[in-house]
Structures are given as structure tokens and as C-alpha cells.
Design a protein. Structure first.
Length: 139
């Protein structure tokens, strides 16, 4: 898959399973991709959450996206970068994760942070070609 193919796949299937590491042990959870664009994939989480602490301590992740209709799995590996611009997190909370508006109203934007996967490795697995080698490319 090209970078544009990866971005299109994620736009169509925005929920990933994000694997992180904590004290040498794997952790995984579902994460919605908040922003998908040429700069990469952006995620937003609360600073009090374990996932935030895990990403600060060890930013390497693997993301798994699944398209059940076509039986295709896309995995992305790389290091998430903390997004320094608070306007990005504000945009996500105001325009994408609007269900969090009551939390923002009570505690402010500062209790959230954003991370971005700007580059990495993509690995594609297709059920129809399950015996074939996986497609691996730079993202």
C-alpha cells in the first residue's frame, strides 16, 4: 500500500487497536484515529490515562486496523510523536470528539494531549491471500 492507500484505509476504518508497552509488558486498547491527513495519523487521550503515560515513556506502537467487509488487516508500526501545538488538541475536542465537550467545560483542554504517527512501516494481510507474504512498505 502507498501512503495515500494507508490514509484512505484508515479513513474508512478509523478505529485501531493500539499496542503499547508498560514495564516490559504489552498493553492494547481500541483507539479512534482523531485526524487523518498528509501529516499522518493523530490520536488524542487524557493525560491521566495509562496510555498517555505509556506513550510518553515508550512511544513505539503497533496499530491494527481491520476492514471486515474485505477481510483486510492493516498494521502500522512506528513511534508516536507528541503534538506540541495545543490548537490541534483543541480542534480534535471541539470538532471530532464532541462527546467530550462536558469534560472540557469542567476541566479544560489541558487534561488532554495528542500524539501523531507521521511515519512508520505498514504491513497488509489479506484473508483472500492468507498464504502469500504480507505486503510491507514504509508509511
Amino acid at each position: 500500500m502507498t501512503r495515500d492507500d494507508v490514509l484512505a484505509f484508515v479513513k474508512a476504518n478509523p478505529v485501531s487497536f493500539m499496542a503499547t508497552v508498560e514495564r516490559g509488558q504489552p498493553r492494547v486498547r481500541a483507539m479512534q484515529t482523531a485526524l487523518i491527513g498528509p501529516e499522518g495519523l493523530t490520536f488524542c487521550t487524557g493525560v491521566q490515562k495509562d496510555v498517555h503515560q505509556q506513550l510518553v515513556a515508550a512511544p513505539s506502537v503497533e496499530l491494527a486496523y481491520w476492514d471486515a467487509k474485505s477481510d483486510v488487516q492493516l498494521r502500522l508500526r512506528g513511534a508516536l510523536e507528541r503534538v506540541a501545538d495545543p490548537a490541534v488538541t483543541k480542534h480534535i475536542l471541539d470538532e471530532v470528539f464532541t462527546f467530550l465537550k462536558p469534560v472540557v467545560a469542567q476541566y479544560g483542554y489541558e487534561i488532554f494531549s495528542s500524539f501523531r504517527l507521521a511515519k512508520g512501516t505498514s504491513i497488509v494481510w489479506r484473508m483472500a491471500q492468507s498464504g502469500a507474504p504480507m505486503e510491507i512498505a514504509e508509511f
